[in-house]
Design a protein around this ligand. Structure first.
Ligand SMILES: O=C1O[C@H](COP(=O)(O)O)[C@@H](O)[C@H](O)[C@H]1O
Length: 260
């Protein structure tokens, strides 16, 4: 049974500071336990919020990170729609410039050669994930990410898992393709719900009043029509990092003071 904690912060800077501490702690615990930290990033507004202070956090051993994407658009890596490009500019490039770069073979992004064929791109992405999570692959199980960082859309989607879409029922694949995303661009690849629900920690990040109704439905009503409400890692925890505008419809008893 997963544990859920909801944190509300006064400002975007406060969220970013807390996320820097949260990810740093998740990273140190994972590295102490297994010698590495496996993390999946979403795109959208999340990379800038998560990475604002993380890059300068001297407690993080980025050389031991293995970076994945929770979802990716089937576009070239330098396209303005690319989730890779967001993480590159917010995290990978600044770390390289600071002499603390993540080794390139530990940054597992979509194959640019396959972006014209989403099914092939998803299969290729899964096979590269299987190399990192070899034990899970051999056991026919699912990978257990140390941390999955998720955004939500105003329709309640997370990763590229959209309300009412058949991909929500996927039970075997680690990575799936979608060619009819209601939010452009239409062709994408995404982690599946079983993978997200095997993670040790899932952190949702949502800001702005535009998401407040949706957050009430997801967090308090647990409306299963909304993909984000189906995120409940079997032996992991879910954390919500919200600003006060996004959290304003939640009951006071739902939110907790941030502490690690
Ligand atoms: O399309 C996507 O949207 C969601 C939400 O983005 P946001 O800008 O509203 O935070 C994002 O989490 C996902 O990775 C992305 O592909």
């Amino acid at each position: 049974m997963s544990q859920t904690k909801v944190f509300s912060f006064a400002s975007g800077n406060d969220i970013s500071q807390a996320l820097s501490e949260f990810v740093a702690q998740a990273s140190s615990e994972a590295i102490a336990r297994s010698g590495r930290f496996t993390v999946a990033f979403s795109g959208g507004s999340l990379p800038a919020t998560v990475c604002r202070f993380l890059v300068d956090n001297g407690d993080v051993d980025f050389a031991k990170w293995h970076v994945f994407w929770a979802d990716e658009r089937c576009v070239k890596l330098d396209d303005s729609e690319s989730n890779f490009a967001l993480v590159k500019s917010e995290l990978l490039d600044p770390l390289t410039q600071a002499g603390r770069g993540i080794p390139a073979d530990q940054v597992v992004h979509i194959s640019e050669a396959l972006v014209h064929d989403s099914a092939a791109a998803a299969a290729d992405y899964q096979s590269r994930m299987e190399q990192v999570f070899a034990d899970a692959a051999h056991a026919g199980s699912f990978p257990a990410f140390d941390c999955v960082l998720l955004g939500i859309g105003p329709d309640g989607h997370t990763c590229s898992l959209f309300p009412g879409h058949p991909l929500l029922e996927e039970t075997t694949k680690w990575v799936a393709s979608i060619d009819d995303s209601p939010k452009p661009p239409p062709r994408r690849i995404t982690l599946t719900l079983p993978v997200v629900n095997h993670a040790a920690r899932v952190a949702f990040v949502a800001t702005g009043a535009g998401k407040r109704d949706m957050l009430k439905r997801i967090i308090e009503s647990k409306d299963a029509d909304l993909p984000a409400a189906r995120v409940a890692p079997a032996s992991g925890s879910v954390y919500w990092f919200l600003d006060s505008a996004a959290a304003q419809d939640l009951s006071a008893s739902t939110t907790a003071k941030f502490c690690l």
